[in-house]
Design a protein around this ligand. Structure first.
Ligand SMILES: NC(=O)c1ccc[n+]([C@@H]2O[C@H](COP(=O)([O-])OP(=O)(O)OC[C@H]3O[C@@H](n4cnc5c(N)ncnc54)[C@H](O)[C@@H]3O)[C@@H](O)[C@H]2O)c1
Ligand SMILES: O=c1ccn([C@@H]2O[C@H](COP(=O)(O)OP(=O)(O)O[C@H]3O[C@H](CO)[C@H](O)[C@H](O)[C@H]3O)[C@@H](O)[C@H]2O)c(=O)[nH]1
Length: 326
């Protein structure tokens, strides 16, 4: 298939692009390289342009795309609290522009990267897709609005969608050919691996008074390669004429910040500094997926559902990436 991947030079998009190329698809990545890297697209074609660049979008979609996978976004929760307009602008307005262009060009299918942040403070231990949407930060709200726009457009047109609500994405391609290379990353496993690789002084634990077993935040960490595989399955479903789908992407169990930091110390053998800091704005105490629907309906079976494996792959990538930068 002829595929447009927005944000394909970023962390998740680059891993998905790699799997799409391996499956034999023709991939065009549209990315403004604000947090992504040109090398990360591998053998895909890169159009270095912003989502808001109507001419670039028209030119690419004019070539006739069989599907769009939309990853491009601003992704840092605390930044969304301090700069909400950036998030509504990039994640909602620019996404609306992309969906409108897809509609004009009759693109049959769109896969959209959404987030567990749409659930806000979940009322149950594990959240399934029917849980109420009540985001507690502008990032989650910006994604919730884009989901709704896509659903409403699909109801009014032949377009079919796949919405994937990712929980916390982590890890790297197992051979360390790809990984998270985001500048000034804020994600916990990435930050801890940077500390283990000597690229930062240590790690702060944001909040130790949450109502969780050890007082620190709990998240459901999903390996980026398993997440990428879910995209390929969903694309196959839509390409075969399948109906629109919405899935949580996680493993169904959570780890606390302390457990994650301990795992990175243990697997790296580096006793980096850890300090306790106040809660971070916009953070829920716990977010764990009920991801049974994805397994049942698409036959998705994760390969890397193990924190130590996720940490090992993230560490191998971090060490390779840091030595490449030196
Ligand atoms: N990483 C996670 O834990 C996580 C969790 C839930 C959802 N998501 C979603 O997954 C998607 C990818 O996130 P990521 O972690 O790979 O982040 P990332 O920052 O590595 O990737 C985003 C990519 O989009 C590009 N981009 C951003 N704005 C753009 C614009 N206006 N025009 C063109 N390109 C633009 C960036 O240059 C980058 O390559 C996002 O939609 C994010 O909301 C990520
Ligand atoms: O240096 C750090 C970084 C994070 N944390 C804590 O670790 C947990 C995970 O934080 P991340 O920043 O790694 O991830 P978030 O849960 O904030 O958000 C991520 O997952 C969400 C979905 O769960 C969103 O989709 C979002 O895109 C993505 O950034 C939180 O309790 C956070 O407070 C620390 O204690 N220290």
């Amino acid at each position: 298939m002829n595929l447009l991947v927005t944000g394909g030079a970023g962390y998740v998009g680059s891993h998905v692009t790699r799997q799409l190329l391996a499956a034999g698809h023709r991939v065009t990545v549209l990315d403004n390289l604000s947090t992504g890297h040109a090398w990360a697209v591998g053998d895909a074609r890169l159009v270095a342009a912003d989502l808001a660049d109507d001419e670039a979008l028209e030119a690419v979609l004019g070539e006739g795309m069989d599907a769009i996978l939309h990853f491009a976004a601003s992704v840092v929760v605390p930044e969304s609290v301090s700069d909400p307009l950036k998030y509504y602008g990039n994640n909602t307005r620019n996404t609306l522009g992309l969906f409108a262009a897809a509609h004009r060009h009759g693109v049959p299918a769109v896969i959209f990267s959404s987030t567990a942040a749409v659930y806000g403070l979940p009322e149950t231990e594990r959240v399934d897709e029917s849980a109420p949407l009540a985001p507690i930060n502008p990032y989650g709200a910006s994604k919730m609005m884009s989901e709704r726009i896509l659903m409403d457009l699909a109801a009014a047109s032949p377009l079919r969608y796949g919405i994937l609500r990712y929980f916390n994405v982590a890890g790297a391609e197992p051979q360390a050919r790809l990984g998270q290379a985001t500048p000034e990353a804020t994600h916990l496993i990435k930050v801890a691996c940077e500390a283990a690789a000597g690229a930062r002084g240590g790690v702060s634990i944001f909040g130790t008074d949450y109502p969780t077993p050890d007082g620190t935040g709990v998240r459901d960490y999903i390996h980026v390669e398993d997440l990428a595989a879910a995209h390929v399955r969903l694309l196959d479903h839509l390409a075969a004429g399948g109906d629109s789908r919405l899935y949580n992407c996680g493993y169904g169990h959570g780890y606390s910040v302390r457990e994650v930091v301990e795992a990175v110390r243990r697997r790296s053998g580096v006793d980096f500094q850890v300090n306790e800091a106040p809660r971070r704005a916009g953070d829920p105490a716990s977010l764990v997926a009920d991801a049974g629907r994805l397994r049942r309906e698409l036959g998705w079976t994760p390969r890397y559902d193990d924190l130590d494996t996720i940490v090992d792959h993230a560490l191998a990538w971090e060490r390779a990436w840091q030595s490449r930068r030196r």
